[in-house]
Design a protein around this ligand. Sequence first.
Ligand SMILES: NC(=O)c1ccc[n+]([C@@H]2O[C@H](COP(=O)([O-])OP(=O)(O)OC[C@H]3O[C@@H](n4cnc5c(N)ncnc54)[C@H](O)[C@@H]3O)[C@@H](O)[C@H]2O)c1
Length: 252
Amino acid sequence: MRLENKKAIVTGGAGGIGRATSLALAAEGAAVAVVDLNADAADAVAEEIRTAGGTAIAIAADVASEPDIERVIATSLAELGGVNIVFNNAGIIRRTTAVETTVEEWDRVFGVNVRSIFLMCKHIVPVMEAAGGGSIINTGSGWGLKGGGQAISYCASKGAVVNMTRALAIDHGPAGIRVNSVNPGDVNTGMLRDEARQLAQDTNAFLAEAADRPLRRMGEPSEVAQAVVWLASDDSSYVTGSALVVDGGGIA
Ligand SMILES: NC(=O)c1ccc[n+]([C@@H]2O[C@H](COP(=O)([O-])OP(=O)(O)OC[C@H]3O[C@@H](n4cnc5c(N)ncnc54)[C@H](O)[C@@H]3O)[C@@H](O)[C@H]2O)c1
């Protein structure tokens, strides 16, 4: 197992990509703190890991809140005995143009998608420094690398995720902390269905359009999870500041 004795925090760990990654990290031997706004769903993922013989705890938290992030880190350190891996993955999307977006919606998207990563890094980097290093993976998006329609706050937030990842890698590489972004294309999760609903589009038609890429299908959460496992593990020991695209060739 590639992550034996490692301890990981996964935010948005109850959702599609976060759940699959929590399971995949645990399958490689990591103890996992499953962090999510949805307490019951986080509990269920942690229970699923323990039933499979792994180690996991669930922590209900809003990643946009500094007190919540501090509590997530304190609880993980106390209950798991350390933190070597952080997957900053919680995210939300609002399918609106600049004209349609309220200031409150803009701030909430940036709170969950961007501020959360700043807060987690602000408080976890000293912990990782003291431990001699670590691996941080941030979930960007294809729309952090190119533009997309009717998603101004999301595109802006994911562009920020991709570039703050590079800045973090520069600042904390000397301490042995690697920071990378994983950038999925359309992945078969609740978020995609929610987008169809927000745009008042037929779900099947929306999903068919999502599959229109070189590999001719949407991604599965487990396929993003495997990329995250690789970035978390020593197999990627010389990789930092990168924006890894996992999108069936969509950006290409
Ligand atoms: N699904 C896709 O096609 C796709 C494509 C590109 C990028 N992404 C990104 O992948 C990440 C995961 O998306 P997903 O598709 O698994 O979505 P999802 O909606 O299935 O899961 C997201 C999870 O995050 C949790 N969450 C939301 N706000 C939170 C908050 N404030 N604090 C804590 N937890 C919170 C939700 O409860 C949910 O469990 C997101 O950052 C998303 O932007 C997804």
